[in-house]
Design a binder for this molecule. Structure first.
Ligand SMILES: NC(=O)c1ccc[n+]([C@@H]2O[C@H](COP(=O)([O-])OP(=O)(O)OC[C@H]3O[C@@H](n4cnc5c(N)ncnc54)[C@H](O)[C@@H]3O)[C@@H](O)[C@H]2O)c1
Length: 256
């Protein structure tokens, strides 16, 4: 029987590339997004390549919905080995404009969604009687401060902490917890950020993108597949001796 992975935010961008990569690597994949409809392109691509997926609707900020998606995955696909907590939102938030509603909403999706995903994965893997791998979406904006991203950056710094903490808590159950920190990836999310940052400065989208892209050592923006390659590694046995780490996949923007 194939191994089973669940990917949140699998409808587009990085989550879609991760789901396709894991299906290519032999996983049966549960595609989770706000609606099942959102996942139809990813599901079609996986099917066309001979892979297996199911589509599930869940808002990751809703703990019960995340637990239900994990339960559905186990009942429909028979197992759970890898959970990728990828879904996230990235509104542009100049410091003087941050509102309580925005702070709460983004935190509940980006940080809460990862906490619920880890809880649900842990419960399911314990019940199944085996370990597994949990992989969380951080960001280079969770490693250094980025202008206009106070709220988003705070959630992504938090993901690295949650990853380290739960790696220590779940090792006893043979579960590793790691994260990936993308740089500037060509996805709808990044296009929106570039647009807003450009607009706030009275400039165009290209200017907005260049404020983020100019420091990339490898001299090009990231494609979603660049990130999926690293997640494929974190989901594979080759990463068995790695836990609590955040792997930076940013073409050389942040060096440690
Ligand atoms: N694009 C980048 O440059 C970049 C850089 C660093 C980190 N990231 C992180 O990578 C992850 C994916 O980013 P992306 O660029 O592919 O984003 P995207 O906006 O292109 O896609 C996100 C997907 O998640 C889904 N989603 C949003 N809110 C959800 C919710 N509450 N519940 C379930 N699904 C939800 C959306 O419907 C969409 O399909 C995010 O966590 C993001 O913060 C992206």
């Amino acid at each position: 029987m194939s191994k089973v992975a669940l990917v949140t935010g699998a409808g587009q961008g990085i989550g879609s590339a991760i789901a396709k990569r894991l299906a290519h690597d032999g996983f049966a994949v549960a595609l989770v997004d706000l609606t099942e409809e959102n996942t139809k392109n990813t599901a079609a691509a996986i099917k066309a390549a001979g892979g297996t997926s199911i589509s599930l609707a869940a808002d990751v900020s809703d703990r019960q919905a995340v637990f239900a998606a994990v339960d559905q995955t186990v009942s429909q696909l028979g197992d759970l080995n890898v959970v990728v907590n990828n879904a996230g939102v990235a509104p542009t938030t100049p410091i003087d404009e941050v509102t309580p509603e925005q702070l709460e909403k983004v935190t509940m999706i980006n940080t809460g969604g990862v906490v619920w995903g880890i809880q649900a994965a842990h419960a399911a893997m314990k019940q199944l009687g085996h370990g597994g791998k949990i992989i969380n979406a951080a960001s280079q904006a969770g490693e250094v401060g980025n202008p206009n991203l106070t709220v988003y950056g705070s959630t992504k710094f938090a993901i690295r902490g949650i990853t380290q903490t739960t790696a220590r808590e779940l090792a006893v159950d043979d579960i590793t917890v790691n994260a990936y920190a993308p740089g500037i990836v060509r996805t709808p999310m990044m296009m929106d950020i570039a647009h807003e940052v450009g607009k706030n400065a009275g400039k165009d989208d290209e200017w907005g993108m260049q404020t983020f892209a100019k420091d990339i050592t490898l001299g090009r923006l990231s494609e979603p597949e660049d990130v999926a390659n690293a997640v494929g590694f974190l989901a594979s046995p080759d990463s068995d001796y790695i836990t609590g780490q955040t792997i930076t996949v940013d073409g050389g923007m942040v060096f440690h």
